[in-house]
Design a protein around this ligand. Sequence first.
Ligand code: PLP
Length: 432
Amino acid sequence: MQKTRVELSQDDLPTRWYNIAADLKKPIPPPINPATKQPISPNDLAALFPMGLIKQEVATEKYIDIPDEVLEAYLLLGRPAPLQRAVHLEEYLKTPAKIYFKREDLSPTGSHKPNTAFAQAYYNMKEGIEQLVTETGAGQWGSALSLACNYFDLKCKVFMVRVSYDQKPYRKFVMNVYGADVVPSPSDQTEFGRKVLKQDPNHPGSLGIAISESMEVAMKGKNSRYSLGSVLNHVMLHQTVIGQEVLKQFEMLDQTPDYMIGCVGGGSNFAGFSFPMIGQKLNGKLDTEFIAVEPEVVPSMTKGRYEYDFGDTAQTTPLIKMYTLGSDFIPPPIHAGGLRYHGSAPSLSVLIDMGVVKPVAVKQRECFEAGVMFAKTEGIIPAPETNHAIRTAIDLAIEAKRKNEEKIIAFNLSGHGLLDLNGYSKFLDGKL
Ligand SMILES: *Cc1c(COP(=O)(O)O)cnc(C)c1O
């Protein structure tokens, strides 16, 4: 019998987050104020985020201790997560390559997002904040933050894009179970929402509108703050528990991956999975290739420009330097809702600009084909987002077969797709 899982014990849980800023040759470009064109000062952000997180946003030290309360919460999430070998997929492909995947699908809400949700809820709770407000598209982020807020006794308000609220009720129910207040956006609870509804009472909503509504509520409420599930430096930082575990797991295998692959919406699961290993590469210790995968129809990394842009469609956020398609870019309604973002994280963008991370784009139908192949061989139905990473892993395994090379391929299984079965149904009916 061949062993297929590399397990870590609870004693192996990383106790620090890894900060890639310390290993970059130049600083990550700071967010700037659109009016003055000057870098945003930490105080400018204080209406939106607690100081604990603002400090992490600009931190330059290599490691930041994870508070005990957050470590305990990570155990609740089932961390450390296994690294698993896809032997059945390898057999099916008849490839000499070894394929490994990290199990971020095992968290209670089914994705990597609670890794940062718990850290964010903790720092807000510590500073006496009573309510967190956020937006969600399909609901992965909203359900992670609802879970974390409930754990740290915070109220949670989630503006959910109305089409998703109406068409994808299951994640809304998940949020409700954890006690969150879920509001379809545009709503009549904010000035901005009322303005939109006045123009079109049946407006389907968008992530941009939901961001504007949640920022408005967070800024107006005295003890309310805003929370974001990707893109920002502190979010990438929290996710590095994933990659530090992976470093240890490859050490235990006495192997080094030739490829590390992750899908990218804003970049947080890719960053969490790969940044600790990228840190080693930046220090000259290995020659792993890092591949960031996006949908062909949302090509921010492969076709976008590297420039300062707004983080949201309503153009209310500070300007951030990133690979972007423009904040007015309207993504087509693909099933990988988590990958429909017009930009990518500033830290990841620096690495793409340096040539350390290679971006690639893949087609939706081919991603579902890869997802079904993975489900049939390994048993797990992946999130539509994750299928982008799986597609690329499979393509590399096929190439290894052609060249008869024993490559080691690792990808991040960012989440399961059990609440996103519509896309699979359409794929199986030949309607994609
Ligand atoms: C949200 C999400 C993503 C995309 O977000 P990133 O910040 O790029 O990781 C990918 N996979 C899953 C399962 C998600 O929920």
